[in-house]
Structures are given as C-alpha cells and as structure tokens.
Design a protein around this ligand. Sequence first.
Ligand SMILES: [Zn+2]
Ligand SMILES: [Zn+2]
Length: 451
Amino acid sequence: MAFSNLHVHSCYSLLDSIATVEQIVEYAVENGQSAVCISDHGNMSATILSQRLAREKGIKCLAACEIYEVDDDTFKNNTKEYKETRYHLLLIARNNIGLHNLYDIVSFANTEGQYIKPRIDINRIKNNGWGRGIICLTACQAGRLSKYLVNDMEEEAEEYMDDLDDTFDKVYCEIQSHSTQSQVEANKLIYDFAVEYDYPYVITTDAHMIAKDDVDSHAMFVEVSIDRELSEQYIDCFMQNEKDVLDILSNQLPIKAIKQGMQATQEIVDMCEQVDVGLDNEPQMPHIKVPSEYKNSTEYLRYLCYKTFYEKFGWMNEEEQQIRRERIEMEIPVLEELDFVDYLIMLNMISEECRRRKIPLGYSRGSGANCLCLFMLNVTQIDSVRWGLDFSRFANIGRKGTLADKSLSGVVEILRIIKVMNPITKGCYINDIANRGTLARYGEGNPVPSV
Ligand SMILES: [Zn+2]
Ligand SMILES: [Zn+2]
C-alpha cells in the first residue's frame, strides 16, 4: 500500500491555502510518497515551480487543477440576486496530451468562461476533446457528485458519472480523509455509490496546509478572505500520510476499503507519465523584421538610439554628451550578446504606438530605468546616467538566459496591431502574500490597534 496526496492546494489558491510549493514537495519527499500533485483552484500557477522542485528532489510530479464547472459557461448574469452554482472538479494530466488539454481548459475558463471565477462546462470539454489524457476526480463537498448524493439525487449522480466517463480517460469517486460531520456523511454515500455502481474510488486530503498544527493560523488566514466557499471546512485539510488516513477514516469505512482507496493514489501516479512543462526550454525572444537599409537589428537599434540623442542631450556640454555616447556603446554589445536587441526594438514599437494613441506609459518600472538605450527609445523617461543607475541590474552577460522584466500594461492589442509576435497571448500576474502583507492581514483578522 502506498499513499500520495493528490488533492493539494498551494498558496496559489489565493487566500485559501497557506502551504507553499516548497513545503508541499518537501512533505512528499520526507514521507516517502511517490508523487507531488498540486491542484489549485482554477489555475496552474504552481505547475512550473512544483515540477522544477520535484525534479531536483527526484520525485514524480503530476500536473493538475481543481476547476470550477458550471451548467453553461456562456451564461453570465450580472445581477445582485443571481447566485450561480459552481461545482468543483479535479483534473490530473496523465500525459503531455492531457497537459495541453488541461492548459486549454484552464485558459478558456480564465478568459471566455471567466465570471467571478474561472468557469467551464463539461459539454465544452467534451465537444473539444479536451478530456483526452486527463484523469478526473470528483472533488470535495463542493463537487457535483457529493452534492447530488447528499441531496438524495442518485439518478442525477449516475448520469453525471456517465457524462464524466464519456469526457475523460478515467474517473474516480473521491473520498476525503476528513472527520467533519458533513464529510463523514458524504464519504459514506460516495463509498456506497462507488461500490453499488462499480466505480473506482480514491482517497484524498484536500490539503490547504502542511500540518495539523497549522489549523489555527490557517483559520486566521482565511478569515481575511472575501467570497469564501462556505461549504468547505478545513479542520482535516492537512497533508497526510497512511497513518493519518487510517486514523481519520477507520471509523467511517472498512479497513479494506481505506487501503484500496489509498492504493488507488498509487494506481493514478503509475498511470501518469512524467509530463513535460518545458523546464529545459530557452526563453523565446521576438524577432523583428528591420527596415532593409539596415544590415541587422543591432544597426537599427543603434540608429534608433541616436535618433533622439540631440533632442534629449543636445543642451548638455560635450563631456556629458560623450559620457552618454560611451554608455550607449557599452550597452549595445551586451544587449546583442543577450539576444535582447529585437526585444528592445519591439518595446520601442509598442511605446511609439502608445504615444500615437495617447496611452500613458509612466516613467518606468523595475530595472528598465537602468538602461539608457530604453530611455533613448522612449520606452522609459529616466536618464539612467543622470541618476547613476547601474546598467548591469537590467542586463549583464553573467545573467545570460534570465529575462529582464519590462512591463507595459494594456498592450496586447497593440502587439497584435504592430504584428511583432504571433500568436500573442495574455499574460497574468501571479500574486501571493509576503511578510508585510501578512502582518497587515493579521491586523485585519485581529482587532488590535495598529500604528
Ligand atoms: Zn473543492
Ligand atoms: Zn480542493
């Protein structure tokens, strides 16, 4: 018998889980579990980091997501009275086909399906063939199977399972190793249902924290959240090993069934190939077609940099101008070596288009202010020489392969118009709560005077 936690939320389930990706991987390694599997709510933000850390530790890593499924993802009703029922469903990629289908499902849910939460309906998954290569688990008490069974809707439950069976490679009824009264009831109903209709079942923990001792700090953490899913209770939502599962479930299910439910986690891990999330890929830089009178992009970049030189520095004395010429000549070979030249030209094209459309861009943000060429290209509005800003913070040869960030918001449409990249995809910000935020949130949850 072997047990792995296959339903785990990391801190990318924002304001819901306090477990970091590092801690989750460490727990699995320390407890001799055969795989890590993070299934955050509606996003796969932990995927790359968990895959990288698991590879370093030599442990298998599954890619997963707990999605929100609804009856009809096109239906969006923007009224106060309207309360849509969203159901949880856990999807695990069993191979690279499944991984890319999972990406499609999560991307759709976060763009076109987005309404309060990222949503999608089962029909869409089925009609697009996105269930191929995916193992489906029926999730927690917010899942449809659990809801149907506790509401005495066995026929609907059966139809639903047929629907999932037609959509995904393999479907498991999920029994959660929790002792809350509502979960105990749900577990019994799910187990009886699985046995009666001969569905495989699997035991999960729906972990939102690492250890049982974290339960109080976790409770404080979720109190600061708004829009809670009230049906979720967290008392046993910690990472568990075989002993924990036996302790919690032994008075709920026959021992043999518990062992089988734990063994099913191993069965799922074995069914899943190690997916390739592109850990070894190089960053893909844009390539720009430069006007034909320029030999190459570097020559064109140099032209663009000097094009604004007299407008910007013409009023300075020769010595000041010379310092800036030398700085530009120092920066360009580094940018060339790092393959950043086309990237900078692209930023110039974006900022020119923004200016033409009167879209405000701001002065600069992050290390972009340290690059004089970006100032010459009108991407930033900061003369880095004047303010003594070190170029190596933006780019240096020792950091080859690391991308400098230069964020310009609201430019996806412009990128499409100037046709520098195809396809263009919308990025997203990944947020978490760091030290200062933690103190502020603690203050919100605890009515103590603050200074
Ligand atoms: Zn759930
Ligand atoms: Zn969950």
